[in-house]
Design a binder for this molecule. Structure first.
Ligand code: PLP
Length: 818
């Protein structure tokens, strides 16, 4: 269907403007946008073939062959609009309107992202919080963030940034904030404004409808924010604070020590502080941001104790500055985030810490500073000179044009020119500060300067994981929910990172084994529902505070939960575990009657789901037993549901059962190991991609004579004279000792190399006699390339689960995208 209007509703749950980042095409609506460098309309046809069925396209680009072809694509909807971005904003605005939760809007010149992250850290203890990802604060980023609000959210925090007049009004309509924070008003992002006054007026547009606004009052004589607000929103309650004791402002008193700061905040005309917290932060800019957050947390209803407790979790966020080891004894300070004079002024003193190193500064043109180039570059030049820089390198046509302003500078038009010049290879024993605007891609310089450190690492391919997830979503269809098991550090792959990916993909439930694992996820921004399989009675408070849903497998637990609900006047969601043959945890068939009667008399206990576990769903040999388990589950759940009077979700299928026993899928399935591409079903295996690769490297190569022995207990020998390589991977890293004596293989330069002798604690030796051109430092793959984890586990006389979860913490997890 071709519609000549803007959509007011979409079937898709995901919105995308980036054709390269579409993982679930059937559930994605694509907004075609024309930019300077590319035109989204050219991806419409491939996306249609990929399965995307909702497109928002622009009138001006909607003609010719594409528009003709699209008329025949009956299963897809096309909305032809004036501007895709405005249409995106409209749909986000409508979405936002359907929620009545408090929404906090943050703007200012600096500190927006920091404030948003810290405020979320404070509020997550009490609310299910949605916030903008990274610094998604633009005309596009804001609607995409707002689209993420779901029914489970209780509070939202969005940041808003603008670069020219008229933009904030549009963002305000999308966010519709209930409360606001104005972080800091400075000279960043100045270009497109006539005056500071105009810039302030523009930013305040975000607050035209807020009920409350938190900001810092810097000046005792006048209060420009108050004046501005009076003109646009006189009803708003203005909560200003100051480090001076002013009549109408909160008085913030901070005492900065060497390692911590003591902050006290007092209301006007009161003698006692209502907030009294300690923090590790000692930098004034940080403290300013923190105070905004503390006051807002108080406004949102957190108690003093809660705020004190959560403040411990507030840490600097590392998007600004990265310090890395470089080649040739160089130190790299990568500060490519802020590209303005203030930022440079703050960063230059960092070079002083490296007394004995040569100081090198690499900068790009400064863009959007609001200062005319003729004034700007001499300013930069004098700043640089004051800091005694030994070598200055500039990239960009502005710097080339104004190179005379500098005492000494080497200039290049493009970053590639610098890379090709060979200058970088001549730098040694230097500390190198990089400050480049985003479009100059200074990360290429960082890469060229960086040490390629060898380490043993477990690579987790997130694209492959996405693809496997998509396969399972398609297999179970839209009517079956998906729970993913992220217990045991997500099978060793890293629970937080994996949970974040899954959450973005909108999965329905996450499951952990222990309460602590759940708390850890909550503390790291995971708001998806979480089931805990092994909760303890003593943990009910924690479970309830962190919105973790316990699995209940005993009467004692059930009664404890009921008592807890009464005592605290709370209601709790539980998951009932039935034992249909595993003989591990769960209620047996003869307990069903008592169980349901009990639950029926507990109005505050809500059964979210009923589950059981299959013991051998991967094996055809036990088909009869598995089918009996499913039948029994059917019978038991039917009885329970009859008495309950409502219908909880039912789930029994683990990974293997999803394919092997489609009748076991019920309303939800529990995906575990197969998310990582491991499946015993040959046909299914073809649809899955490998996610995990364990890599190490060669520490040393040795020539070995036929009669010599290798390693502990003299267990290893070569059949003829040859060579071995010592690898940096041992049983303490999780490479099972049972893989010694040739049982395990490594892939080196494409060749398979068997282990020789016993596996040591931190190392092992492999036979490389047959591998040409091999050298120390080369990569060795333990599994993931030619060697399949399942096969390796078989060789080690165990199962993939055990090998995965045994990979020790010291093995670095690296998340890669193709
Ligand atoms: C771990 C676990 C699963 C997932 O099993 P896989 O075989 O990895 O799919 C499912 N259900 C329960 C109860 C589990 O403990």
């Amino acid at each position: 269907m071709i519609h000549h209007s803007s959509p007011s509703q979409l079937r898709s749950s995901i919105l995308s403007l980036d054709s390269r980042q579409i993982y679930l095409p059937q559930q994605t609506a694509f907004f075609a946008v024309r930019g300077v460098h590319h035109d989204g309309h050219q991806y419409i046809e491939p996306l249609y073939h990929l399965g995307v069925r909702e497109f928002i396209v622009e009138k001006a680009a909607w003609s010719g062959i594409l528009a003709e072809k699209a008329k025949k694509w009956n299963t897809a909807d096309f909305w032809v609009v004036e501007s895709s971005i405005e249409s995106l904003q409209d749909i986000a605005r409508i979405h936002r309107k359907s929620f009545s939760i408090p929404v906090i809007g943050i703007t200012g010149s600096n500190g927006k992202t920091t404030c948003k992250e810290w405020l979320a850290t404070l509020l997550q203890s009490k609310f299910s919080v949605i916030k903008s990802p990274k610094s998604f604060n633009s005309q596009i980023g804001v609607p995409l963030s707002v689209w993420g609000i779901k029914s489970q959210h209780q509070l939202a925090i969005f940041e808003a940034g603008i670069s020219k007049v008229g933009e904030m009004k549009k963002i305000e309509r999308v966010i519709q904030p209930t409360w606001g924070i104005f972080t800091h008003f400075g000279e960043a992002h100045g270009q497109n404004f006539e005056s500071d006054q105009q810039k302030l007026q523009e930013k305040l547009q975000l607050f035209t409808q807020v009920e409350k606004l938190v900001y810092r009052r810097k000046n005792a004589q006048h209060d420009p924010i108050k004046e501005g607000m009076q003109a646009i929103n006189p009803q708003a309650e203005l909560i200003s604070w100051s480090t001076e004791d002013l009549p109408q402002s909160l008085f913030v008193y901070w005492k900065i020590g060497a390692h911590e700061t003591h902050i006290r905040i007092k209301k006007p005309a009161q003698s006692e502080a209502f907030l009294d917290v300690r923090t590790e932060l000692t930098d004034e800019a940080y403290l300013e941001n923190l105070c905004h957050c503390l006051i807002m947390a108080h406004v949102a209803g957190l108690s003093t104790e809660e705020i004190q407790e959560r403040t411990k979790w507030v840490r600097p966020i590392s998007m600004r500055l990265e310090i890395k080891e470089g080649l040739r004894n160089n130190q790299i300070i990568d500060d490519s985030y802020n590209n303005d004079l203030d930022g440079l002024q703050l960063a230059l003193p960092l070079l002083k810490k490296y007394e004995h190193k040569k100081r090198v500064l690499i900068i790009s043109d400064f863009i959007e500073t609001g200062i005319p180039a003729v004034e700007l570059y001499p300013k930069i030049a004098s700043l640089v000179q004051s800091q005694k820089i030994d070598q200055l390198i500039g990239v960009g046509d502005q710097l080339t044009k104004y190179q005379q302003a500098f005492q000494s500078i080497e200039v290049f038009y493009h970053t590639e020119d610098l890379l090709n010049s060979g200058i970088l290879n001549q730098l040694s024993d230097a500390v190198i500060l990089l400050k480049g605007a985003r479009k100059f891609n200074f990360e290429l310089i960082t890469q060229a300067l960086e040490t390629k450190t060898h380490c043993t690492k477990l690579e987790v391919n997130l694209d492959a994981l996405q693809s496997n997830l998509t396969y399972y979503k398609e297999t179970i269809g839209q009517n079956t929910k998906l729970m993913v098991m992220v217990k045991a550090f997500a099978y060793g792959t890293g629970a937080i990172e994996i949970a974040q990916v899954l959450q973005q993909q909108g999965i329905d439930y996450l499951t952990v084994a222990y309460t602590d694992e759940g708390v850890q996820l909550r503390k790291n921004g995971i708001y998806s529902p979480i089931m805990v399989m092994n909760p303890q009675i003593g943990e009910l408070d924690t479970l309830s505070n962190y919105a973790l849903e316990p699995e209940v497998y005993s009467m004692a637990m059930l009664e404890a939960i009921d008592e807890y609900c009464h005592a605290h006047n709370k209601s709790i969601k539980i998951h009932i575990k039935l034992d249909t043959g595993m003989k591990r945890l769960g209620f047996s068939p003869d307990q069903c009657k008592e169980l349901t009667h009990k639950i029926a008399s507990m109005p505050q206990v809500w059964v979210a789901s009923i589950l059981s576990h299959l013991v051998a769903s991967e094996s055809i040999k036990h088909q009869k037993f598995t089918e009996k388990q499913i039948q029994l589950f059917d019978k038991m759940t039917q009885k329970i549901i009859q008495t309950l009077g409502y219908t909880p979700l039912r789930h029994i299928a683990n990974s293997a059962a999803i394919k092997n026993y489609p009748n076991s899928r019920y309303e939800m399935v529990r995906l575990g190991i197969s998310l990582y591409g491991i499946s015993g079903n040959k046909e299914e295996k073809k649809s899955l991609e490998n996610v995990l690769t364990l890599k190490t490297y060669i520490s040393q190569i040795k020539e070995i004579k036929k009669n010599e022995t290798i390693g502990y207990g003299r267990k290893g020998k070569l059949k003829t004279n040859g060579r071995i390589a010592t690898l940096a991977l041992g049983y303490a890293d999780g490479y099972a000792r049972s893989l010694g004596m040739g049982k395990g293989l490594f892939e080196i330069n494409g060749y398979l190399c068997p282990t020789v002798g016993a596996i040591c604690m931190d190392m092992c030796m492999v036979d490389i006699s047959h591998v040409p051109l091999v050298k120390e430092g080369d990569e060795a793959i333990a599994f993931g390339g030619k060697i399949q984890l399942t096969e390796l586990a078989h060789q080690a006389k165990t199962i993939p689960y055990e090998l995965m979860t045994n990979i020790s913490e010291r093995v670095k997890r690296v998340y890669v995208k193709n």
